[in-house]
Design a binder for this molecule. Structure first.
Ligand code: AMP
Ligand code: MG
Length: 427
């Protein structure tokens, strides 16, 4: 019955319809570490100038630039050192003509000074502070070997942040530098979008839990764990609801469990094709609404999408590779949208295909490949047998080669697009 009612749609259309139905979740106030990798739901303003005062960018001597004009190694200028100033302190001792204040990075520029000469351009570089003569008839002296420009090595008040300025815009993804910036304006809490709670349910009479040894005809339920790990990676909270048997009642009971536990999204795997025990579509149709259930792709053609009591439900195909690929293409973008993100595409590169594959249908194929860079170009090699039950083919892959719907066959040396799964650190 479903075959007639629903046509097979493209990957793009499927994704569009999913993203249309899922909505951005509410805003919550969290501690800044909790905000990592999440999206700011507010504009953030600076409560002060950063840095608050003009200060030195170097360890050295605060001077009057005019005093140093014409100085060089053969003709140094001697200045009397009248004070030492460390970061964290201020002084009202002024630098007058002929004098200097020894000053450490970050310390405020003392009154009267208009440049900082780094140690490297003084005789302190040669003798080191410990060896600097402290008294040369009435005080410490320093020899300046290089003329300082007005303002040299001075960081101006407010040069990083100005009081009242918007420093982070709503919609920004928070990374470690953003956490640093929030800290520098005194924000220990910030508003972000709530993490989605995701009900995860496997279906199948053949499934046993992973701490059990499968009996005859049984296999372990790995899909729930693949999905849950993906949910965690992309910022969601997995609700592990276990295995539903292939019966309408059992599956609806598990879905009800999920809804009662505040699920924002329901993910099932298996039970979605046209076999005798494919209950997902029945339950979805009876208790909610099916929006589509077939996508022109391989692996993963049977993919049911709809909602139950307004909560989006994605019924992933049961084969472990299909589950993993459908997660990448559909669940991941849904999770990202719920958290306020607006970029959903993994990077793609063009690569030279190393194998040959025949084609018998007009679906888009996602092939598991190892992508390498060789002599300035990317090359993609199949990870082996591509059956949708062969999870090791996914484990070995760092990319999915995308073979378009209208491609006939692909021969070695042909160019293909490859979607990067996780681009690892290169060295
Ligand atoms: P189905 O779509 O329910 O017909 O399942 C397709 C294939 O995927 C069958 O071989 C199932 O045994 C397998 N499968 C279904 N669910 C899971 C699961 N949770 N973990 C591992 N394999 C599964
Ligand atoms: Mg099944």
């Amino acid at each position: 019955m479903y075959e007639q009612e629903y046509t097979m749609i493209s990957v793009e259309e499927a994704r569009e319809r999913i993203l249309e139905l899922v909505s951005v979740l509410e805003v919550v106030d969290v501690g800044i570490f909790e905000a990592l990798d999440r999206v700011l739901a507010e504009d953030v303003y600076s409560d002060m100038n950063v840095p608050p005062l003009d200060n030195t960018a170097m360890d050295g001597y605060a001077v009057r630039a005019a005093d140093t004009f014409g100085a060089d190694r053969s003709n140094p200028v001697s200045l009397q050192v009248i004070f030492d100033l460390a970061a964290g302190y201020t002084t009202d001792v002024s630098v007058h003509s002929g004098t200097a204040i020894r000053i450490m990075t970050g310390a405020p520029i003392p009154p009267g000074a208009d440049a900082v000469v780094p140690f490297e351009e003084t005789d302190e570089a040669q003798v080191g502070f410990a060896g600097l003569p402290t008294s040369q008839g009435g005080g410490r002296w320093v020899k300046i070997f290089k003329a300082a420009k007005l303002g040299a090595n001075i960081r101006r008040a407010g040069e990083d942040l100005r009081e009242g300025e918007r420093i982070l815009a709503l919609g920004t993804v928070v990374r470690p530098p953003e956490i640093g910036l929030l800290s520098s304006v005194g924000r220990s809490r910030v508003q972000v979008h709530r993490r989605p709670r995701v009900a995860i349910i496997a279906t199948g009479d053949e499934l046993v839990e992973i701490n059990q040894r499968p009996g005859p005809g049984q296999i372990r339920n790995s899909n729930n764990y693949t999905v849950a790990a993906g949910v965690l990676r992309y910022g969601g909270i997995p609700l592990m609801l276990g295995i539903a048997r292939d019966s309408h009642e059992d599956l609806s009971r598990k879905i009800k469990d999920g809804l009662e536990n505040g699920a924002d999204l329901i993910i099932t795997s298996g039970g979605v094709s046209v076999g005798d025990f494919d209950v997902v579509k029945q339950v979805l149709a009876a208790e909610g609404e099916i929006r589509f259930w077939r996508v022109r792709m391989k692996p993963g053609k049977p993919l049911a999408f709809g909602h139950i009591q307004g909560v989006p439900h994605l019924g992933l195909p049961g084969n472990p590779v299909s589950t993993a690929v459908a997660f990448e293409l559909f669940v991941r973008p849904a999770l990202l949208k719920m958290q306020g993100k607006t970029r959903f595409n993994k990077p793609e590169v063009e690569a030279v295909f190393q194998d040959s594959i025949p084609r018998k249908d007009d679906r888009r194929h996602y092939l598991r490949v190892v992508l390498d860079r060789r002599e300035g170009q990317y090359v993609a090699r199949l990870t082996g047998e591509q059956g949708s039950g062969i999870l090791t083919s996914m484990v070995k892959a760092n990319g999915l080669a995308i073979i378009p719907e209208d491609a006939r066959s692909v021969a070695p040396g042909e160019k293909v697009r490859v979607m990067l799964l996780d681009w690892p650190e290169e060295s």
